[in-house]
Design a protein around this ligand. Structure first.
Ligand SMILES: Cc1cc2nc3c(=O)[nH]c(=O)nc-3n(C[C@H](O)[C@H](O)[C@H](O)COP(=O)(O)O)c2cc1C
Ligand SMILES: [Fe+2]
Ligand SMILES: [Fe+2]
Length: 399
């Protein structure tokens, strides 16, 4: 049976062939659903569970780890179904299990298992549960990456369980970071995983890292990818997260102008809007992006790293166009709140693009600047002056 220490066994499932996770994440190197069993002198705890697709092998791993013992606790550090999918079945097998979760986790679990009668112990930051010679200590870690997230620490073993935090969608037959054969591939997967899962929660990432300061950790056992050891990737991954989550200190404001344009009308407005921004803020970094001419990742990061931004779209079939909505789908919902945005575009007869974009951006909690600049067909000289004026007044509103 694979183990971290003789009392902490590994019940993980390897899924080296997975290529897409949660609909949108590429997982070029597969993934693993990690889970653990802690055998205390008095009590036994399972930590995190597994994906329903792997119920049978997961239950076999648990059985093998426990031998003749039955588990007393199931600690659910986070309840996304890649970890909680097997909870209902686990409870059927071990009906006396007490589930340990955060306040939010307890609510989610009832709806995930569709059982109102779950025996759940809600824990708070710093709470401890004794397994006899081992202690489970809980560390509140909200929004890493769901409101329910927490960490579990065993001081006697110096093992920290972080669920998704510091993990990677990466799978090799060996379970520890010290055995990773393809270091560069692993480093890439850590970055892709961070970008897809944690980038939107950067302020919470910094808070989570702060909580780990000073904690003695020999192994960090996440729920995906290799187990991290203190001498190998644990320190390294924390450093990476710190670097990625720390806001860049900039002296120049970044105000990108995104647009699409079939016949060049909205594009001309974009150019004049940009001119107006620079008239008011000569130091600003103002880049015009035709959404069809740039790599999506470049556009998404220009948008999310902006101080304010503008979106231009013509109206086609009574709406803004798919590339514009695609871009808005890449918005980091947590950090975008209150971000100033202004809208412009050419239309022919009905002009719904701008009100629809305003509605979408308002629902994402952006600060939509008004009034929007709507121009009928070809912009006149006066319309171009109005476009410059939009840029100027929007930029001035940022001061
Ligand atoms: C296929 C197609 C559908 C359109 N549908 C609408 C529409 O529903 N409502 C509207 O106001 N204008 C509509 N228009 C007119 C465009 O919005 C107008 O030509 C605009 O000036 C194009 O700006 P652009 O050069 O920036 O693409 C449509 C144009 C095309 C080519
Ligand atoms: Fe998750
Ligand atoms: Fe996960």
């Amino acid at each position: 049976m694979p183990m971290i220490t003789p009392s902490v066994l590994i019940t993980s499932i390897l899924n080296p062939n997975m290529r897409i996770f949660d609909i949108v994440m590429r997982t070029e190197y597969g993934t693993s659903y990690n889970s653990y069993a802690v055998l205390g002198s008095e009590k036994v705890a399972l930590i995190d569970s597994s994906h329903l697709k792997f119920l049978e092998p997961y239950l076999q791993n648990v059985e093998k780890a426990l031998g003749k013992r039955t588990p007393d606790y199931l600690v659910m550090n986070h309840n996304e179904p890649d970890h909680s999918g097997t909870v209902a079945a686990l409870l059927e097998r071990y009906p006396s299990l007490t589930i340990i979760a955060s306040q939010a986790g307890a609510i989610y679990l009832k709806n995930i298992t569709n059982r109102a009668d779950l025996n759940i112990m809600k824990v708070h930051d710093g709470d401890e549960v004794s397994l006899g010679d081992k202690t489970l200590r809980f560390i509140n870690a909200p929004f890493l990456h769901w409101p329910d997230s927490m960490f579990t620490y065993i001081p006697e073993e110096k093992i920290l369980f972080t669920c998704d935090f510091l993990g990677a969608h990466y799978c090799e037959p060996q379970l520890f970071d010290t055995c990773v054969s393809y270091r560069e591939a692993y480093a890439n997967s850590v970055k892709e995983y961070y970008d897809a899962i944690f980038h939107p929660f950067a302020p919470y990432v910094l808070k989570g890292l702060e909580k780990l300061e000073g904690l003695e950790v020999s192994w960090c056992a996440p729920s995906h990818g290799p187990i991290l050891t203190d001498t190998c990737e644990y320190e390294h991954n924390r450093e990476r997260y710190r670097k990625w989550a720390t806001p860049l200190k900039r002296t120049r404001r970044r105000i990108p102008v995104f647009y699409v344009s079939a016949y060049g009308n909205t594009e001309r407005l974009a150019t004049h809007v940009a001119r107006g921004i620079l008239a008011a803020l000569p130091d600003a970094e103002v880049t015009c992006y035709d959404l069809n001419q740039h790599d999506f990742a470049v556009l998404a990061s220009a948008l999310n790293d902006s101080d304010a931004f503008l979106v231009g779209s013509p109206t086609i079939n009574r709406d803004a166009l798919p590339p514009v909505f695609n871009l808005l789908a890449a918005i980091d919902a947590v950090t975008i709140a209150k971000r100033p945005v202004a809208l412009f575009g050419s239309y022919g007869w009905s002009g719904e693009a701008l009100p629809h974009l305003a509605e979408r951006l308002t629902s994402l909690k952006c600060a939509v600047f008004g009034p929007q600049l709507k121009v009928c067909f070809t912009p006149s000289a006066a319309d171009l002056v109005a476009a410059e004026e939009l840029g100027r007044s929007f930029a001035t509103s940022l001061l």
